[in-house]
Unconditional design. Structure first.
Length: 234
């Protein structure tokens, strides 16, 4: 579904991503793990057109998308939940969800998708008229994910969904990610909580200083001594 080939990204003189190549197959959960500054977020931002690439290509369903403006990518079925959630704080929960659906033409299905979001995140229905900025951190993460789901994505890019959240909330968020995937949405997940990410993913790529140093089946990586020592604190 998604293929990145030979991706190089610079921030000024800093070479942030070095010849990155990854694949995400339809129906998978694929995770990118690595320390802060390893380049995980830069990969998602490059896919979404939020940063320019020096060389390489991003191919989604056999279509090169690295020259397509980011605001057009949602129409192709790509939704990005950014690090830090980036909800519209001065708008209500419902207004945030409506913005997620603003480019859709299938108006008859939008109501069903609101109900799907409220089914996955019941607290959002309770807070439907509340200003988004007054929600808790966990509720804001749920709103960011719900807003992305209103795009009706074929692939969901998730950047650090567990950041700053209590362990119980994190488990709930990751359970919902699995449910979304089972409904047919492919997921590319960036996550510092390597154990949680590897426990739900099919495959994983390990990044260090902008390079992929390891890739493979998530269950195998969970039992890899080097990974356990470097990322799982074992």
């Amino acid at each position: 579904m998604l293929k990145i080939v030979g991706l190089n990204v610079y921030y000024g003189e800093i070479h942030a991503l070095h010849d990155i190549s990854i694949e995400v197959k339809q129906g998978e959960i694929v995770t990118l793990i690595g320390a802060n500054g390893a380049g995980k977020t830069s990969i998602l931002r490059a896919i979404s057109g939020l940063i320019s690439i020096k060389s390489g290509s991003v191919i989604f369903e056999d279509k090169a998308i690295h020259n397509i403006p980011s605001y057009k990518l949602s129409k192709l079925g790509i939704a990005h939940v950014p690090e830090g959630r980036r909800i519209f704080a001065n708008m209500s929960v419902m207004e945030n969800l409506e913005l997620g659906a603003c480019s859709r033409k299938d108006k008859t299905n939008i109501t069903k998708d609101y109900e799907m979001v409220f089914d996955k995140f019941p607290i959002l229905k309770e807070r439907i008229k509340q200003m988004a900025g007054t929600l808790s951190g966990g509720e804001q993460q749920m709103l960011a994910m719900g807003r992305a789901l209103m795009v009706k994505p074929r692939i969901l890019l998730l950047d650090e969904p567990s950041m700053g959240l209590a362990p119980l909330v994190v488990r709930n968020i990751f359970s919902i990610i699995q449910e979304i995937n089972k409904l047919g949405t492919t997921v590319l997940l960036v996550e510092q909580n390597a154990h949680m990410a590897l426990s739900i993913a099919n495959r994983a790529y390990v990044l260090e200083t902008g390079k992929i140093v390891l890739e493979g089946d998530s269950k195998e990586l969970l039992s890899n001594d080097a990974i356990r020592s470097a990322y799982l604190g074992e």
